[in-house]
Design a protein around this ligand. Structure first.
Ligand code: PEP
Ligand code: MG
Length: 587
């Protein structure tokens, strides 16, 4: 493409955020020519020379890669440089090399043709693989192949660029991304690749913003077009208007300030000074929150309310539609884990098509009850979730379980969904973690029985409190009676956590109480393993956890359990907070 043609109007594209940051500048289309390979015959007398030509091309490729490997080690450290070690291993694969030599001799064909054909066989198998990880590694194989082909033709690679461009490419091998980073690169934008592609890992390590997975993007831009890249949100704007630039400038500033404040905390674990490590994860409803969550330093997503996909819709999204949403969620969070809760509809969460209202919706057809009555819809969702479990970071959680029969039936349906995927040849994690919410008092009472059936439990205090105290969570007339620190609630929580831990399951909490700073020390002391909270409060909760010893938290919880009124408990916990975290602002 030439540099003269310019696209004028603003166009916005949405891809996958692969490396954080907001920048804008001219586009540079980096399009490596796909080598056109022609099949040529080699006479018997020239075969030795042909093999010699192959040997020196492989040799040169090896030297190039070794240099890149060294450069990567210097710039990124040993760990990140391993990417190139793997490519070097392909080049050093004697079996592959011998197979190529044998074929040149037997078929009397040119080295380019045989190299291409032989490596293409591997690449095709990888591209057709069920798991995305192998598919992404196919790019590395392709890169090695193209490197040998280029060297067979004595062609040089472009690595010097003028100015500070945004690199736009159909796909970018990790080696190219690294070599190009010797220039001042503003960002990378590619059409293919996921967040775990080596190029994405590299961009993050180099702290260069990147957006990947922007299908057809290279045909929508021209060299020199001004483009804006938002590596937080996975957005790319071509020819941004001054207003757009201004809005993103503000966003960048907001993130900068925010990042500065949290910089010290983000990469630190949620661990007490005496070494009790808990998980601190985030509750998510909308995909737009993901960028924020990653910034907050969450250990993962402890609750994804999948029913947010349904609100305002007339019909359930089909398996593929759901798959796309879940895939984006899981890929964006990778390698952190994601708990996807199956649809929790009913109660206060209606689809527009649900016309017959019940007298007591919170006690009615809600959550797992709806899904068990609609197995076809449930199976569709379970298949979509299982399909994104291929990276072993996904857990499935059921809402509103009130007896063991429901849990067993739901698990049977997971097995049915697995069977259906198996017969379609689709990959999934056979050991996908399964959990149940504990949000109905009956479930809390039989928690040890439920725990035997699952890998984890997650306490939903929002519902648990309303059912335990008989107070509608959404009714302002009785809102004063909705008390997180009611002694009955706290004692009930102690029971659930204790029994859960005795049953050797991971005990999480994803109700709002997990994100109430006043409750943090108490919950920590009760032995909670995971706090899943609204993203906004995450740093604050982490800060509290990092200031109080587990030993002390246990004593505090013990004392709190003796309180007989909510006020007493709150006052006590507020005093404790003042002592341990005086700098946490209180409302
Ligand atoms: C809960 O009940 O605590 C919970 C997390 O679920 P939801 O708020 O979605 O009902
Ligand atoms: Mg609930």
């Amino acid at each position: 493409m030439t540099g003269t043609e310019q696209t004028q109007h603003e166009m916005t594209f949405r891809g996958i955020a692969a490396s954080a940051g907001i920048v804008w500048g001219p586009a540079y289309i980096f399009q490596k020519q796909t080598p056109v390979i022609s099949e040529k015959s080699v006479t018997a007398g020239d075969l030795d020379a042909e093999i010699q030509r192959l040997r020196s091309a492989v040799d040169r490729s090896r030297k190039e890669l070794a240099k890149i490997y060294e450069f990567a080690k210097q710039k990124l450290g040993d760990h990140q440089a391993k990417i190139f070690e793997a490519q070097l291993m392909i080049l050093e694969d004697l079996v592959l090399f011998e197979a190529i030599v044998k074929r040149i001799l037997a078929e009397q064909k040119n080295a380019e043709y045989i190299v291409h054909d032989e490596i293409e066989k591997y690449r095709k198998v990888m591209v057709a693989a069920n798991d995305e990880y192998t598919r992404e590694r196919a790019l590395d194989v392709e890169d090695v192949r193209n490197r040998i082909l280029r060297n067979l033709r004595d062609e040089k690679l472009i690595s010097r660029l003028d100015g500070s461009p945004v690199i736009v490419a159909p796909n970018l091998a990790a080696a190219d991304a690294l070599i190009l980073s010797r220039n001042t690169i503003l960002a990378y934008v590619t059409e293919v690749g996921g967040v775990t592609s080596h190029m994405a890992l590299l961009a993050r390590a180099l702290k260069i913003p990147a957006v990947v997975g922007l299908r057809q993007f290279t045909s929508a831009v021209h060299n020199g077009d001004r483009i804006l890249v938002d590596g937080y949100g996975g957005i790319v704007v071509v020819n941004p208007s001054p207003e757009t630039v201004k809005a993103y400038e503000e966003k960048r500033e907001r993130y900068r300030e925010f990042e500065e404040r949290l910089a010290g905390l983000r990469d630190l674990p949620a661990e007490t000074p005496d070494g009790r490590r808990v998980e601190l994860s985030a509750n998510v409803e909308l995909a737009e929150e993901l960028e924020f969550i990653k910034l907050q330093g969450a250990d993962g997503i402890g609750l994804y309310r999948s029913e947010s996909l349904l609100l305002g819709r007339e019909v359930f999204p089909n398996e593929d539609e759901q798959y796309r949403e879940y895939r984006m969620l899981v890929d964006t969070m990778y390698p952190k884990r994601v708990v996807i809760r199956t649809f929790d509809i009913g109660g206060d969460k209606f689809m527009t098509s649900q016309t017959s209202r019940e007298n007591n919706p919170f006690l009615g057809w809600r959550g797992i009850r709806v899904m068990l009555d609609r197995p076809e819809i449930f199976l569709e969702q379970l298949r979509a979730i299982l399909r994104v479990s291929d990276r072993r970071t996904v857990s499935i959680m059921f809402p509103m379980i009130s007896n063991i029969k429901e849990l067993r039936r739901a698990k049977e349906l997971i097995e049915d969904a697995k069977g259906q995927l198996r017969s379609r040849g689709v990959a999934f994690d056979d050991k996908v973690r399964i959990g149940t919410m504990i949000e109905v008092p009956a479930a809390a009472v039989i928690v040890e029985d439920l725990a035997r059936e699952v890998d984890f439990i997650s306490i939903g205090t929002n519902d648990l409190i309303q059912y335990l105290l008989a107070v509608d969570r959404g009714n302002d007339i009785v809102s004063g009676l909705y008390q997180e620190f009611h002694p009955a609630v706290v004692r009930f929580l102690r029971r659930i956590i204790e029994r859960g831990r005795e049953s050797k399951v991971h005990v999480a909490m994803c109700g709002e109480m997990a994100g109430d700073p006043l409750a943090t020390i108490l919950l920590l002391g009760l032995g909670l393993d995971e706090f899943s909270v609204v993203p906004k409060v995450l740093p604050e909760i982490k800060k509290i956890i990092r200031t109080v010893k587990y030993r002390d938290a246990k004593k505090i919880a013990k004392k709190a359990l003796k309180m007989v009124t909510e006020d007493e408990m709150k006052n006590y916990l507020a005093d404790v907070m003042k002592e341990y975290s005086p700098d946490i602002p209180r409302e």
